[in-house]
Design a protein around this ligand. Structure first.
Ligand SMILES: Cc1cc2nc3c(=O)[nH]c(=O)nc-3n(C[C@H](O)[C@H](O)[C@H](O)COP(=O)(O)OP(=O)(O)OC[C@H]3O[C@@H](n4cnc5c(N)ncnc54)[C@H](O)[C@@H]3O)c2cc1C
Length: 442
């Protein structure tokens, strides 16, 4: 099958690799000059290679890791793998030991430093209860509901930071069942699932760029700076506009929308108006677009700043203690992560998930927080990047649009209905699943 993929983020690139592996002909159309979408490289003043947001993967991201290997990325070159660690600057918090799952979690929690015996037992008991219940909960439950009765310190120092990093929402608003699914995969689905994998190369080099090279080496088309304006149904096939000036625009057997929900909705609604499309498909496209447009979004900010200091105990990242006007949850030492790159030495990335502040307010707050919690008075701000629509808001009531729109039009992306929140793995799984289903449907 010839498949047009609209969007060269992680979902679109994953779908293209899967299609090519299965013997089909994908063509990527990416609006920007750079591949990778929300997880892409970004040049900072210097010039300095960074990312448009500091990202972290976990060992349970098996589909992302499989595709990286498929396109020739060696995990040890691209990622620093370490056991789950939620350590604070004062040495409190927890680090899982190098043990098979779920022993790593059990021993890690039992040995957590700075928590009383009662607190550690309470967390172990709750993890056991979730396991006995099959990591299921009422669809209306929030993460805060799941954590009811846990000691305050556990909520502040473990559950809340874990929840906001995984779902980009505070526990009081985040969907309990999606959170439990991530926990299950991380803690119980296999050894190493809970490991943190932090990029040692730019996000572009981690997957989108090698994927593009892999596709091009197999004769597949990757068009950048090609924003698709319109989809045109031609009988059972499609063409996309604009395409490169060609006498006869190429026809595709299917179109896969791998662009963000608002843009996918725009394209679907325009196609629904086309009189060549059967009326019942048009009605379905309209319903799908309404669901996509109704999604709400939350922001993530990354504050890049320089310091001659290092993180305590040479750790590549540390948890911070957020408060109302002290918004960062984590700090990453990019000098340690990108040790081969002299320009990254001394560069810190402060992550503010569920960011609700503007740049002018945020940056001084984070510098102040670093001064208080890390003792760094010498931080030089480099750049603050705020992605306003970083993730869809994964609340218990959220309705996510499905994968199949009908008449050969499909959708994939981190927001499409699935078990994961808006993450790289959610995007990649959605991409490979759509690729398999759309080819299987013919
Ligand atoms: C700051 C930040 C931090 C994050 N941290 C993490 C993290 O630590 N771990 C994690 O797992 N996830 C994280 N995420 C989430 C993760 O980046 C996303 O879930 C993932 O990148 C989404 O990929 P996607 O392919 O679904 O969508 P996108 O990345 O949005 O890709 C869509 C692509 O479509 C293109 N496009 C749009 N319109 C058109 C058109 N008309 N024609 C052609 N192309 C078009 C866009 O340019 C874009 O490249 C973070 C996100 C942000 C923003």
């Amino acid at each position: 099958m010839k498949v047009a993929i609209i969007g060269g983020g992680w979902a679109g690139m994953a779908a293209a690799v899967q299609l090519a592996q299965d013997g089909h002909e994908p063509s990527i159309f990416e609006a920007s000059r750079h591949l990778g979408g929300r997880a892409r490289a970004l040049e900072l003043p210097g010039p300095l290679q960074a990312d448009n947001g500091q990202h972290i993967l976990i060992g349970a991201y098996t589909e992302s890791l499989r595709l990286m290997r498929a396109v020739g990325v060696r995990e040890s070159d691209g990622l620093l793998r370490q056991p789950l660690a939620m350590r604070y600057a004062d040495g409190s918090g927890l680090i899982f030991p190098h043990l098979a799952a779920p022993l790593d979690a059990l021993v890690g929690i039992a040995r957590a430093s700075g928590w009383t015996l009662g607190e550690r037992l309470a967390l172990l008991a709750r993890a056991l209860r979730w396991r006995v219940q099959g990591f299921r909960c009422a669809p209306t439950a929030t993460v805060a509901d799941l954590c009811q009765g846990l000691p305050r310190r556990l909520l502040d120092e473990f559950m809340e930071p874990l929840c906001v990093s995984a779902l980009n929402l505070p526990a009081a608003q985040a969907c309990g069942s999606v959170f439990l699914r991530v926990l299950q995969d991380a803690l119980f689905a296999g050894s190493g699932g809970s490991h943190f994998l932090v990029p040692r190369v730019s996000l572009g080099e981690l997957f989108p760029l090698p994927a593009a090279q892999w596709l091009q080496a197999r004769g597949q088309a990757v068009h950048t700076a090609s924003r698709v304006q319109q989809l045109v149904p031609l009988g059972r096939q499609w063409s996309v506009q604009p395409t490169a000036a060609a006498a006869e625009p190429p026809r595709f057997d299917a179109v896969l929308l791998a662009c963000p929900p608002q843009e996918a909705a725009r394209l679907a609604l325009a196609a629904a108006q086309d009189e060549r499309l059967p009326a019942r498909d048009g009605v379905h496209y309209q319903r799908w677009a309404q669901t996509a447009q109704a999604l709400e979004h939350t922001a993530i900010a990354t504050v890049y700043a320089r310091t001659p200091s290092r993180l305590p105990s040479q750790r590549p990242w540390l948890a911070l203690r957020p408060a109302h006007d002290r918004p960062a949850q984590f700090v990453f030492d990019r000098g340690q992560l990108h040790s081969h790159d002299p320009a990254q030495q001394g560069l810190m990335a402060f992550v503010v998930s569920d960011c609700r502040t503007d740049r002018e307010t945020l940056q001084p707050q984070v510098l102040q927080q670093a001064g208080e919690q890390l003792g760094w008075q010498d931080l030089e701000p480099v750049q603050t990047v705020i992605e306003k629509r970083a993730t869809f808001a994964c609340t218990p009531s959220v309705q996510r649009p499905g994968m199949e729109l009908g008449h050969g039009l499909w959708a994939c992306g981190d927001y499409v209905d699935g078990p994961y929140p808006a993450t790289l793995e959610g995007a990649v799984r959605s991409g490979t699943q759509a690729a398999r289903q759309l080819t299987g449907s013919r």
